[in-house]
Structures are given as structure tokens and as C-alpha cells.
Design a protein around this ligand. Structure first.
Ligand code: DAT
Ligand code: MG
Length: 168
């Protein structure tokens, strides 16, 4: 048990994953791609001041999606969710910055678009919980798990953003 908490602590507080180096996994779902929302959504994260670390257009396998949504496997909507998420390409991304996990969730809005405020992505661009256009990690631990599921280490770019001194 102690080992588990030590390894969890080490995972969450490893130097590359906190403060301005915090990372989150964001995916524009197949409906977001079909509805031509990719540019608009990427722009929101860029303009906010977060740094793009990885981006790819992928058709996710059912195996990957089952791992990704493992916590929801007993929900009645699970099959529908997997089939919707595998129905077309998804834009998978990693964004980095101070408090990016929490802030990105605010930018997304609530799970149900009807409860999402105007100004949020789900509040502005969708109406149905089953077609809510975007995914964002709900914690730093989930972000680490999701980034490692969707990306290989070498796909994560290390680069200095020239706007850093104007953001921090
Ligand atoms: P979120 O995507 O806000 O983290 P979640 O992790 O609870 O929400 O659920 C994952 C996705 O599953 C969600 O984005 C849309 C779908 N979903 C959740 N609740 C649903 C419901 N009641 N009916 C249909 N789909 C649902
Ligand atoms: Mg979730």
C-alpha cells in the first residue's frame, strides 16, 4: 500500500509534470472534426497561452478507446460511446502550461452541453451529451495515463515557445 502511494506521488510530482510543465490530453472527437471545428478549438488553446506539445489526426481503435474510457465500462452508454469515438478521425493533442488540466476543463465546459456556459467549447458548439465534440483529461494522473495511451514518447515535442516571457 505504501509502495502504491509512493509511486503515485512520484508519478504526479515528477519534475516534468508540474507547474508550467503540466500537460493535458485533449481530443477533438469525430463530430468536431466533421463539423470543421478543429481550427477554432486549436486557436482557443493557442490564444489562451498554452503550448502545443503534440498533435495528430488518428482513427482510434476500439481497444484504445476501451482503455481510454475504462472507468465508464459499466455505463449503459459505453458501447455507443466507443462506436461514436471510433466512427471517424479524432484530433489528439497534448497541451502544456500552468494549471492546464483544470483550465482546459473550464474551457471545455460541462460534460452535458446543456449545462455548459456560453463561451465554453461545449457551451458554444454542441447540444447533445453524446456528441459533445471534445475530450479533456480530468486530472493530472488521468492526463499522464491518456498521453501515454495515445502518444509515444518521441511524438511529444520539446521546444521553447518565444512567447513564454510574455505569458509567465
Ligand atoms: P467528460 O468527457 O466531461 O470527462 P465523462 O468522463 O463523464 O465526461 O464521460 C465521457 C464521455 O461519455 C462524455 O464526454 C460523453 C459520454 N457520456 C457521458 N455521460 C453520458 C450520458 N449520460 N449519455 C451519453 N453519453 C454520455
Ligand atoms: Mg472524463
Amino acid at each position: 500500500m505504501i509502495c502504491f502511494f509512493l509511486s503515485l506521488f512520484a508519478q504526479v510530482f515528477q519534475p516534468g509534470w508540474t507547474g508550467v510543465n503540466e500537460r493535458t490530453f485533449i481530443a477533438i472527437k469525430p463530430d468536431g472534426v466533421q463539423r470543421k471545428l478543429v481550427g477554432e478549438i486549436v486557436q482557443r488553446f493557442e490564444k489562451k497561452g498554452f503550448k502545443l506539445v503534440a498533435l495528430k489526426l488518428v482513427k482510434a481503435s476500439e481497444d484504445l478507446l476501451q482503455d481510454h474510457y475504462w472507468d465508464l465500462r459499466s455505463k449503459p452508454f459505453f458501447r455507443g460511446l466507443i462506436s461514436y469515438m471510433s466512427s471517424g478521425p479524432v484530433v489528439a493533442m497534448v497541451w502544456q502550461g500552468l494549471d492546464v488540466v483544470k483550465t482546459a476543463r473550464k474551457m471545455l465546459g460541462e460534460t452535458n452541453p446543456a449545462e455548459s456556459l456560453p463561451g465554453t467549447i461545449r457551451g458554444d458548439y454542441c447540444v447533445d451529451v453524446g456528441r459533445n465534440v471534445i475530450h479533456g483529461s480530468d486530472s493530472v494522473v488521468s492526463a499522464q495515463k491518456e498521453i501515454s495511451l495515445w502518444f509515444r514518447q518521441k511524438e511529444l515535442q520539446h521546444w521553447e515557445s518565444s512567447s513564454n516571457p510574455w505569458i509567465y
